[in-house]
Design a protein around this ligand. Structure first.
Ligand code: PRP
Ligand code: URA
Length: 209
């Protein structure tokens, strides 16, 4: 079974409370999504392997450690996942970026795929899939199924707000994918929106409300 990490660090909780507030405007919302993604990235990359490197400090020799050349690829799910990209690239500027386009059918709440572009060398890369909202889990699960067809080395999922239903579905469909989120909320409502959640993430990031 996959590992679920809810990164409820005080800085994340503080930013999340502003993000959830319906009076927070587009500019601030966008900045907060990026900042929370950056803070979560710290936890999601905790297992990156290091290798020793001999360097000279101004005082003398030192065995330091640097990343062992692991190649990363982040894959935002369009649209809302795009809001998390800059925050991650701040910490991992060398990561490649793939894109998966999905929207939820308003009646069935099932994901409808419309775009997929991944780096050619994805077989050599560890992938982190990004989407702030894990509601029914259908979008994240479908995106991960699409990515698995290209055989990356590993896949993690990073969201911001998750519903119990979404976590359960994603773990059932993809028990090999570890999940990182900032909050686990109460439930879904009748429209499959997360309660209390933060509303429609894509609309709030791009001002299309
Ligand atoms: C939202 C969100 C996720 C999905 C989550 O996207 O960004 O992709 O819904 O719901 P699920 O877990 O039930 O699949 P939406 O379909 O609204 O598209 P958008 O990002 O283009 O607005
Ligand atoms: N998509 C969103 O943007 N928000 C939700 O609460 C559920 C799906």
């Amino acid at each position: 079974m996959s590992m679920v990490t809810i990164t409820n660090h005080p800085l994340i909780q503080h930013k999340l409370s502003i993000l959830r507030d319906k009076n927070t405007g587009t500019n601030e919302f966008r900045a907060l999504v990026s900042e929370i993604a950056m803070l979560e990235c710290y936890e999601a990359t905790r297992d990156l392997p290091l290798e020793p490197k001999e360097i000279e400090t101004p005082i003398g020799p030192c065995t330091a450690h640097e990343l062992a050349g692991r190649k990363l690829c982040i894959v935002p799910i369009l649209r809302a996942g795009l809001g998390m990209v800059d925050g991650i690239l701040n910490l991992i500027p060398s990561a490649k970026v793939g894109h998966i386009g999905l929207y939820r059918d308003p009646e069935t709440h099932l994901p409808v795929p419309y775009y997929c572009k991944l780096p050619q060398d994805i077989q050599e890369r560890d992938v982190i899939v990004l989407d702030p909202m894990l509601a029914t889990g259908g979008s994240a699960s479908d995106a991960i199924t699409q990515i698995k067809a290209f055989h990356p080395k590993s896949i993690k999922f990073m969201g911001i707000v998750a519903a119990p239903e979404g976590l359960q579905a994603l773990q059932k469909d993809h028990p090999d994918v570890d999940i990182f989120c900032a909050a686990l909320d109460e439930k879904l409502n009748e429209n499959a929106y997360i309660v209390p959640g933060l509303g429609d993430a894509g609309d709030r990031i791009f001002g299309t409300l």
